[in-house]
Design a binder for this molecule. Sequence first.
Ligand SMILES: [Zn+2]
Length: 153
Amino acid sequence: MFSVLVDGRTVDTVDDDESVTVEIGGDDTTYRCSSCGNALSETADGHWLDECGGADCPDADPDNEGKGGGHVPAAVPLSWCNHVRVHADESQDSVTVYLRVGTKSFALAARRIPDDAESVLAGRLLLDVPHPDAPGGHGPLTPLRDGTYLIGS
Ligand SMILES: [Zn+2]
């Protein structure tokens, strides 16, 4: 069913595969120090600590007293996304992309209305996107403008 390409090269798949999942990240690190590279976590009172619980950065610039010798937190790119799955369903003539952001899931689907359907949409393609009033299953969304939502509230 699928031909899967990774960086432009075909990857072997099983003929009856209907979905492909891409895992992103893997170590749950959402922040790293931009100076020393250590994984960081933020304390309740807003301090940044490395894996050993240290607040002092070994690579802190001694000439920059404004930073106080502490780590410099930087968000890890794509750390907000757990995985993406693409599912092709021949019986529904649809393709759905599932996106998992933290503990929230979202789905975007394209499907064709059967040619013999008694509808003015017969044979047409539809795109279903997440929206705040969608029934069940996805995380909360707050509309910002047409087609763009803030994840959460
Ligand atoms: Zn550091």
